[in-house]
Design a protein around this ligand. Structure first.
Ligand SMILES: [Zn+2]
Length: 564
């Protein structure tokens, strides 16, 4: 910043030092009208309006004026000729969660131009915690990151982020799976009346503490043990707060259409708007179902349901290797799950189930191992299951089982089961926006490990580089709108998502000819290109492609002043 602003800064400083401000208030004010002026950029406002060349004047944390502003009136000036100036991107499906405490710079996101995230997704949030969960999380956080767990609920978690800082605006949903675990443990049974009441109370408390909605991950334990009726009941607790129902649906493959019906029913009967997370139809035989799904969503929308979806711009998904085992096998704690894997009497049953998963995938070569903890297994990262099992001289089932046992149930995988055509249909569809499904990482430090899905570094630039510039699926203005004003309006960030005077100055400056993702499957820890400047609440966080270290983000609480 120093280089481009030094001249103007010196002039302003000189004037103030000479005491000129007292008498020449008006003239002085005109000299120092703006803290930052972004000059001559193509302003894409976020509403879908065709871009126009204009200057943006920022005072404090907000946009003061958009129009023609002489450079001399900015304490610092960012030249943006030939660049697009857009609202900072909003990622509505983000798993950063505790990573924001591990590295408040949120490197892999803010460098994509993302200035606001909604965490607490897929039924999983870092709150609320029962005593047992607190104890377990306490140990693992200390061991993995040296973090001291000091919170039980959203208020405590948010207070800690307030204290340690965040480079981008952080918001969260409350996870239904976490709530269920807190109320009744990891058991796959119906809740007692008191347990259901406790779940509702925990959801209401989280909403009152500023959560933006409730999320589910119905393919996971324990959230997936809930019946549709239980989910409706629990979601109702978020209705008075106008929370969002964000769902990783019960099925994304053979029963994906039924899962969409269930999601619509839960939203309708609980009175919440619906956000379908990472909408996809996994496995080749389910690819033709996309039409039926979109038709159902359009019909629901026409009938008055506020429904929208998000999707990451990749055809591979990332999850845990344990997901290839049936839900009943995953019931209870990790130890119980591992016990079942070791139990010879269950082997035939488990092997048969895992075999159906292999058949659905087509081949184990479509599943990559992306993250393991043990040093002796590190060499497996980046290999597919077929290669890796050969490498260990075991049949695939034995390999998968033994690896899960060795790694205490935690093995990250990336699975290629989606259609590129469907992805393009989704990206261009008016009811689908961008959600990265990743988490804030950095190529250095404890968040730089393994071979994570490249979406954590590349989702937003990939949408603009590959799908707007190269594939010409839709205009820059239309894609930016999906990333900004649409999510802002749906989640209730009323002073964000649109470049307009009075709004918070969350701004990304990018080069439409150069923006691209660089993160790959083999080498995912790479920042994108073509995004020179990012401002969060008026402060320059990325300048000339470098992180300033400034943690200018706010913790957003639904209904709070920072969000509104
Ligand atoms: Zn999910």
């Amino acid at each position: 910043m120093a280089e481009i602003s030094r001249r103007d800064f010196m002039r302003t400083a000189g004037l103030a030092a000479a005491g000129g401000c007292g008498l020449l208030l008006k003239g002085c004010a005109s000299k120092t009208s703006y803290d930052v002026v972004i000059k001559d950029g193509l302003v894409v406002d976020g509403l879908g309006t065709p871009g126009r060349v204009a200057d943006i004047g920022i005072v404090g944390d907000s946009i003061s004026r958009i129009g023609t502003i002489p450079s001399s009136r900015g304490a610092s000036v960012i030249p943006a000729r030939g660049l697009v100036v857009a609202p900072g991107f909003i990622d509505v499906h983000n798993h950063t969660d505790i990573n924001i405490l591990v590295n408040p710079r949120a490197e892999s996101y803010v460098r994509q131009g993302v200035t606001t995230i909604v965490a607490g997704q897929c039924g999983d949030s870092p709150f609320p915690l029962s005593d047992a969960m607190f104890e377990e999380a306490e140990k693992s956080l200390r061991k993995e990151y040296g973090l001291v767990l000091s919170w039980r609920d959203i208020r405590g978690f948010y207070a800690l982020i307030d204290k340690s800082g965040t480079a981008l605006n952080f918001s969260s949903c409350v996870g239904q799976g976490t709530v269920r675990a807190a109320a009744m443990g990891y058991e796959g049974r119906k809740p007692e009346a008191a347990e259901l009441a406790l779940m509702k109370k925990l959801v209401a408390n989280s909403m009152a503490g500023g959560a933006f909605g409730i999320s589910t991950g119905l393919e996971y334990a324990p959230g997936g043990f809930a019946s549709t009726e239980e989910l409706i009941e629990v979601c109702r607790a978020a209705a008075p707060y106008k929370g969002m129902y964000a769902t990783h649906m019960r099925d994304e493959e053979d029963f994906v259409v039924e899962a969409v019906d269930e999601a619509i029913r839960i939203a309708r009967e609980s009175g919440l708007p619906l956000q379908i997370s990472h909408l996809k139809t996994g496995y080749v035989r389910n690819w033709p179902k996309l039409g039926a799904i979109l038709e159902r969503l359009e019909t629901a929308r026409a009938a008055g349901l506020d429904v929208y979806c998000d999707r990451y711009p990749y055809i591979a998904s990332a999850t845990g290797l344990d997901l290839y085992f049936p839900l009943w096998a995953r019931e209870g704690t990790t130890e119980v799950f591992l016990g079942r894997l070791r139990d010879p009497s269950l082997e035939v049953k488990l092997k048969a189930y895992v075999g159906t998963k292999e058949a659905e995938m087509g081949s184990w070569d479509r599943v990559l191992i992306s993250g393991v903890d043990m040093e002796k297994n590190k060499g497996l990262e980046g290999m597919n299951i077929l290669e890796a099992s050969r490498n260990r001289g075991k049949p695939p089932f034995d390999f998968i089982r033994d690896l899960l046992i060795e790694e205490s149930g935690r093995v990250g995988i990336v699975q290629f089961a989606m259609s590129e055509d469907n992805l393009m249909t989704l990206m261009a569809h008016p009811l689908v926006g961008i959600g990265s499904d990743g988490s804030a990482l950095a190529p250095y430090g404890p968040l730089g490990k393994g071979k994570p899905h490249p979406r954590s570094y590349g989702a937003f630039p990939r949408a603009l580089g590959k799908y707007v510039r190269e594939e010409r699926l839709l205009s820059i203005e239309a894609m930016v709108r999906k990333m900004t004003s649409v999510p802002a309006e749906r989640f209730g960030f009323t002073r964000r998502g649109v470049l307009r005077a009075g709004n918070f100055a969350d701004i990304v400056v990018f080069d439409p000819d150069r923006i691209r993702d660089k993160a790959t499957w083999a080498d995912p820890h790479q920042y994108p290109e073509g995004i020179p400047h990012v401002l969060v609440n008026g402060k320059v966080v990325i300048m000339d492609g470098e992180h300033s270290g400034v943690t200018a983000g706010a913790v957003l609480r639904k209904g709070g002043p920072e969000a509104a």
